[in-house]
Ligand binder design. Structure first.
Ligand code: FAD
Length: 453
């Protein structure tokens, strides 16, 4: 009997336990991806293009057998099951609030045909790492210790003698928007990039990871987003690497663990996707991004705040659909603490434009910066956009790469163009706010919110 393999965040052939389970069901396997309008609604051109490229690449991995349907999964999956007379539907277990609700609906719609979940997009499934008393961890460091102790299985093999079901037509994935650059996507590209990183930047990762000018991070986030590679494969490769005991490798594993931690937090607290985790800050006073603050917010979105480090980041986001982590923290802090806008506005904007846009890492990353999340940076930590730039982009290379109006300023002076004679001559804007004054205002609002709880 045919088994359906319903792919979601796992567009690959290697290390996919759900594929093994579908194969072990005994018959041929029909791999399917359903482009769900609810999820696509929040995606901008960059993410749609990446998905389109990822589907095309997965089509090759699956030897042309992958079927793409556009529509609601609760209609499309049972329809396909009936069309081919499938006996089971296999998935990787989903952990996002929407994914869990959707899977429950599909399970009900399938009636007697089982929806079988095997594995997850994480080394350790969200919800499995627990404190001694069985409760969830709130803080990263003890979580990461328990996560390592829990451990993970070896990567799953590709089943031998796979037989694909090939009687069903596929909707062609929508074509990519040529205005938005598509970077190499899919399983082959992911492995190539991963090997390049392992041999090049892994060992020095701890020293260079905070420098956006050096481009020394893995850029694996987009591949992890679509599941072109599983983190368990990455962890196994690191464990077998000559540099496995280096500080770079240790730090890299810790970053992968942040991804797992945020997925775990979201699993236990689904409402944290869009609501402040810290109850004492729920009364904070914010500006309305569609009202009085609209001009400032638009300047932030378009990279015209007059703070070069912030503007370079926002322009990188628009140009590439990706932004360096250090700069993500800086631009997020600027929106929340210099412009006093509640973090969900920024989180939504990021999800629209990031190719790696992921609800757990993104929205908890925003909460971390805003100081409202679990294990958050304290609210009173306000990133200074000038000193952050001078420290992490000391020669100004990163800023000049994305802000051509400042290309004439040499060295680190680019972080304060208002101090350079002719610094603003080529159209770069004046600062829209005074950072010192807004920092004081952010702290005033913070104290006021705490006083009322
Ligand atoms: P590397 O430095 O090479 O790290 C390796 C991997 O570890 C990453 O691919 C990612 O999977 C994981 N990782 C690293 N840092 C973090 C972190 N702080 N939180 C969670 N996982 C991490 N990451 C996303 O994947 N999607 C998002 O939508 C996203 N939004 C973010 C929003 C904000 C405001 C902040 C501060 C961070 C966000 N991050 C997000 C985390 C981080 O910025 C990116 O994972 C990282 O920049 C991706 O680049 P890389 O693959 O080169 O990372």
């Amino acid at each position: 009997m045919t088994a359906l393999l319903w792919l979601r965040r796992d567009l690959r052939l290697h290390d996919l336990p759900a594929l093994l389970a579908a194969h072990e069901a005994g018959g041929d396997v029909l791999p399917v991806f359903v482009a769900d309008p609810t999820l696509l609604g929040s995606a901008g051109a960059a993410r749609r293009n990446s998905l389109s490229a990822a589907l095309a690449a997965a089509g090759n991995s699956y030897d042309g057998a992958l079927v793409v349907r556009v529509g609601s999964p609760e209609t499309e999956i049972p329809t396909l099951v009936r069309e081919v007379g499938a006996g089971s539907v296999h998935v990787s277990r989903e952990s996002t609030p929407y994914g869990r609700r959707r899977d429950s609906r599909v399970e009900r719609a399938l009636g007697d045909v089982p929806l079988v979940a095997t594995g997850t997009p994480y080394a350790v499934g969200p919800g499995l790492v627990r404190k001694a008393d069985g409760g969830p961890f709130q803080v990263f460091t003890p979580f990461s210790r328990a996560w390592r102790e829990h451990g993970w299985p070896a990567p799953a093999p590709i089943p031998a003698r796979l037989a694909w079901h090939r009687t069903v037509d596929s909707a062609a994935p929508w074509s990519a928007d040529p205005a938005t650059a598509v970077v190499p996507t899919g399983e082959v590209a992911a492995r190539a990039r991963w090997e390049e990183f392992l041999e090049g930047d892994l060992e020095g990762y701890d020293r260079h990871r905070d420098r956006p000018d050096l481009d020394a991070t893995s850029r694996m986030s987009v591949h992890l987003k679509y599941g072109a590679i599983h983190p368990r494969t990455m962890l196994a490769n690191i464990a077998a690497h000559p540099a496995r005991r280096s500080e770079g490798a240790r730090r890299f594993v810790a970053e992968l663990c942040w991804r797992e931690f945020y997925a775990d937090v979201l699993w236990h607290r689904p409402a944290s996707a869009w609501a402040d985790l810290r109850e004492d800050l729920r009364g904070m006073a914010y500006e309305d991004p569609a009202g009085a603050a609209v001009g400032h917010v638009r300047a932030w979105e378009e990279g015209r705040t007059g703070y070069p480090f912030v503007d370079a980041g926002m322009r990188q986001l628009l140009a590439e659909g990706w932004m360096h982590n250090r700069v993500r923290m800086g631009v997020a802090s600027f929106l929340v603490k210099d412009l006093h806008v509640w973090w969900p506005h920024g989180a939504r904007y990021f999800l629209e434009h990031l190719r790696d846009g992921d609800i757990a890492s993104n929205n908890h990353g925003w909460q971390w910066v805003a100081g409202t999340g679990t294990d958050a940076a304290p609210y009173f930590r306000v990133f200074n956009p000038v000193t952050q730039g001078e420290r992490y982009d000391p020669d100004g290379t990163y800023v000049r790469r994305y802000v051509p109006e400042l290309a004439h300023i040499a060295g680190g002076a680019v972080h304060q163009p208002w101090r350079v004679p002719d610094g603003l001559l080529h159209g770069y804007p004046e600062r829209i706010v005074d950072h010192g004054a807004e920092r004081a205002e952010a702290l005033r609002r913070y104290e006021a919110a705490r006083a009322t709880t």
